[in-house]
Design a binder for this molecule. Structure first.
Ligand SMILES: Cc1ncc(COP(=O)(O)O)c(C=O)c1O
Length: 373
């Protein structure tokens, strides 16, 4: 029996099993493992300031909630994530039909693209920004339109609005921006949203919202949540200390949230993650306290590194950005040789996560000793 051709327009498919266009895709680079580095450089321990985690451990009540939920892991989780969506809804002041949860906000970003774009559509974002964006776009066969960051390392919202075409389905606004820490303010965002057609979804990625101190940087849900074409991504990975459990959420209008819930991988918000998130949300005073510690250290670090690198932008997140250009990789290597893992972005800059005061001191010592600043 002859099998019918399965390629487009009757063309035979290539003999390879996977999509050739994926070859050009950069792999997502996770932060290095500190235990491996410590062994490699012969130190008792290494410090990881590379993945934007908060260093103070799980929030009170989380470990107990995880242990309790662990007793039920032979059962599937609540697929509708009902209790947690209700609690998140109260937390941000919207109705639960406007919430979708996912396996980290990175997964929700992927689901949003899947729910809005067809192959060949366009997604606009600033660059450099969160390194998952190009990967998410490419895997969905969506064209990335990258608008270069301003000289001050922030989004150029006017140019981003101008980059919207008839093919654009989504604009991603990373606020504050990873990895540069810069944030866009209210007037700029108002103007941008007024310029973008209502048929284009504006996704405001607020993974670092809890660290924002500039009163001019709006809370995307409070300021723009009522707009039909705005969706806001938040995560419990950073300020809420649940990076390892993978849980993020999205706030959008009910139709957009419902479409995203349809494309979410079934059961991808695990029972343990749901229980942990419910417990974490009861500890918001402790979250605030920890964020204040991080913010104070962020400002201390910024001031210290600016003595050597005055162009370090003001950060509204839990990391700082050192625009070192070609010195980025040697600087990161020199820090690693001294047991401190930071995150270089080849030829561009280095992102340093704010750690505990002692970790930050270790970073500063390594940075000064590196000879690369
Ligand atoms: C801007 C931004 N969005 C989303 C995420 C994803 O976070 P998670 O998938 O852990 O919720 C990150 C993580 O680094 C980020 O920097």
């Amino acid at each position: 029996m002859t099998l019918p051709p399965s390629g487009p327009a009757g063309q035979p498919r290539s003999s390879r099993l996977t999509r050739p266009d994926l070859d050009a895709l950069p792999a997502y680079v996770p932060g290095r493992n500190p235990a491996d580095l410590a062994r490699e450089v012969g130190l008792p321990e290494a410090i990881k300031l590379a993945s934007n985690e908060v260093p103070y451990g799980p929030l009170p009540g989380v470990v107990e909630a995880v242990a309790e939920a662990a007793a039920g892991v032979h059962r599937y989780p609540d697929m509708g994530v009902v209790a947690l969506r209700e609690k998140l809804a109260q937390h941000v002041g919207v109705s639960a039909d406007r919430i979708a949860t996912g396996c980290g906000s990175v997964a929700l970003c992927e689901h949003l693209i899947r729910a809005t774009c067809l192959p060949g559509d366009e997604v606009v974002y600033s660059w450099r920004s969160f390194e998952a964006y190009p990967i998410i776009a490419a895997t969905a066969a969506v064209t990335s339109i990258r608008v270069p960051n301003t000289e001050a390392h922030g989004h150029d919202l006017a140019k981003m609005a101008a980059a919207v075409t008839e093919r654009t389905r989504v604009v991603l606004v990373c606020n504050p921006n990873n990895p540069t820490g810069t944030a866009v303010g209210r007037a700029e965002l108002d103007e941008f949203l007024a310029a973008v057609p209502e048929t284009v979804l504006v996704v405001i990625d607020e993974a670092y919202r809890e660290f924002v101190t500039d009163p001019d940087v709006p809370d995307g849900i409070a300021a723009y949540g009522d707009r039909p074409n705005v969706a806001v991504l938040r995560t419990l990975s950073k300020a809420w200390g649940l990076a390892g459990l993978r849980i993020g959420y999205l706030v959008a209008q009910p139709d957009v949230a419902a479409a995203v819930r349809k494309v979410v991988t079934p059961f991808s918000t695990s029972a343990v993650a749901q229980a942990a998130a419910l417990a974490a949300l009861d500890a918001s005073a402790e979250v605030r306290r920890r964020c204040e510690l991080v913010i104070a250290e962020r400002d201390r670090l910024t001031e210290a590194v600016r003595k050597q690198v005055p162009e370090v932008p003001e950060s509204q997140a839990n990391f700082i950005w050192l625009p070192l250009g070609d010195r980025s990789a040697p600087f990161a290597a020199a820090c690693e040789a001294r047991g401190v893992i930071v995150r270089p972005f080849q030829g561009d800059g280095v992102r340093v996560t704010v750690g505990t005061p002692a970790e930050n001191d270790a970073f500063l010592a390594a940075a000064y000793a590196s000879g690369e600043l």
